[in-house]
Design a protein around this ligand. Structure first.
Ligand code: AMP
Length: 469
């Protein structure tokens, strides 16, 4: 499967004033969803669509002097998630093209799982491609259906009948702004009202930052057109079973965001409480792996009555270890990023809590650092069940060989990372913490069962798209 392999952040805004500052602010708030590149498009007073996009963090990719040259009352934006194999600048989004129905820009979060099939289909129909991104594919499919329907909503519904996999999209057609969520609601997208305007965005924390009011999540399969004074929902194809990605709550999203009616911080804290119940430990302190394990550790401490302590200093300017291509580099990067606080650690028996174990690199290195700093016992508790299967929907966890828990017993993993004991939350415990029925969640990476058709993998339900749209 080619196509994009990363979770990202998207936004679309329509207002009565220049939306460039609001787009920039929003992208900074959802920066955690992607640090590789950033970009925006706006529709200017001369009736043209302008684009500014580049590599790096929002502040670098969209410098103030260049932003000051842009102006428009509607626009979309994107931040792109880095992976070891995704440095190609032509994949920077939004992807913008000129069509016979106007200028079109697309920002995509997710992964189109039938990308190869669709690319082949459109190539043989005479279309050409310059990237391997889902956004470009969307522009081709939209163009085809626009030439048949001449109505963006009808064209988008037909397009959704062709796309498989995960997509939260913001689309700009001249000055019109649309948000679309895939029929399972795999990736998040919500709507808010801001001063004299409306916004569709990956995470609700951005609406707060703009002093806006959260309205609601975009429903699975829904198309929303946002305008300065109102928004129009259109029902598109949806599945009977939703499949919200559990990893958004466990790790990916900001703790202050509310996704599909569940606050991320609250879910994480509950995960910690349930972990304390399922895998208790007789220790002196509970310590988080900052920053991702913090809320989970707080929950564990509250439920167990064991004091919470900060035992690692994190260098917030250090580079992300997860995406480095080489194991040695990743290990080195962990010690650049984290250092134990001796007075917390020395002579103590501790539980350390992290959100997830993927390769096990981070914890292995951290545990050896804790032992060196004088820890007496180090027990690991993990806020997600063992990751044993790839994510095909936009979280960068790709191959089974990568996962330390794949094909190994708990004891074997515990020995590899050098812990005194290892406990994961169960799938049932995680579902309880999210407080949604299991049938409404995507648990593909921990169960190996997927909501959509993936060649060679097990499909959870054979669900058909509803036909009433
Ligand atoms: P590892 O060293 O491979 O076990 O890395 C696991 C740590 O990386 C977890 O504690 C998470 O905080 C973080 N993590 C998990 N999944 C991802 C991902 N897809 N991208 C970036 N970081 C991740």
């Amino acid at each position: 499967m080619t196509g994009p392999k990363h979770s990202c952040g998207v936004v679309g805004i329509a207002a009565t004033y220049n939306v460039v500052p609001a787009l920039q602010k929003t992208l900074m708030i959802i920066q955690h969803r992607g640090q590789e590149s950033a970009g925006i498009t706006v529709f200017n007073d001369d009736g043209k669509m302008d684009i500014l996009a580049g590599s790096g963090l929002v502040q670098v990719a969209l410098p103030s002097n260049r932003l000051a040259e842009l102006k428009g009352n509607s626009g979309i934006g994107h931040v792109r998630y880095p992976t070891a194999d995704s440095k190609d600048e032509k994949n920077i989004q939004p992807f913008k093209v000129t069509t016979n129905f106007g200028a079109v820009a697309v920002a995509h979060n997710g992964e189109i799982t039938n990308y190869d099939e669709l690319e082949a289909k459109y190539l043989s129909a005479g279309y050409s491609f310059t990237t391997n991104s889902g956004s470009e594919l969307v522009t081709k499919i939209l163009s085809k259906h626009m030439s048949q329907h001449n109505d963006p909503i009808k064209a988008m519904k037909s397009m959704m009948g062709e796309l498989e996999g995960s997509y939260a999209l913001t689309i700009q057609i001249d000055n019109r702004i649309f948000g679309i969520r895939d029929p399972y609601g795999l990736r998040p997208l919500c709507i808010g009202e801001i001063e004299e305007g409306h916004i569709v965005v990956s995470e609700s924390a951005a609406i707060d930052a703009l002093n806006g009011t959260f309205i609601r999540d975009v429903a699975p399969g829904e198309i929303i057109e946002v305008m300065h004074d109102h928004f129009i929902p259109h029902k598109g194809p949806a599945h009977k079973h939703k499949a919200n990605c559990m990893f958004e709550w466990v790790y990916f999203a900001r703790p202050d965001s509310v996704i599909d009616e569940r606050e991320v911080y609250d879910v994480r804290k509950r995960i910690g409480e349930i972990l304390a119940r399922e895998c208790p430990a007789d220790v002196d302190i509970i310590m988080p792996i900052p920053d991702s394990g913090r809320a989970h550790a707080i929950g564990f401490s509250i439920a167990s009555g064991i004091p919470y302590e900060e035992g690692f200093m994190k260098n917030r300017f250090a580079e992300r270890t997860f995406i480095l291509p080489d194991q040695k580099e990743r290990e080195l990067a962990v010690s650049m990023k984290m250092n134990p606080i001796k007075s917390t650690v020395e002579g103590k028996r501790m539980v350390i809590v992290d959100d997830s174990i993927v390769r096990g690199t981070t914890l292995k290195k951290l545990i050896s650092m804790l032992r060196k700093a004088g820890a007496k016992e180090v027990h690991v508790r993990v806020g997600s069940p063992p990751v044993i299967a790839p994510c095909y929907y936009g979280v960068d966890m790709r191959s089974r060989e990568q996962f330390v828990a794949n094909g190994r017993s708990n004891k074997e993993v515990c020995d590899i990372i050098g812990a005194d004991s290892l406990g994961y939350i169960s799938i049932e415990g995680l579902v309880e913490a999210i407080n949604k029925p299991e049938s409404e969640l995507c648990l593909g990476c921990v169960s190996g069962k997927y909501p959509t058709r993936i060649p060679g993998e097990t499909q959870r339900f054979q669900s058909k798209l509803n036909e009433e749209f």
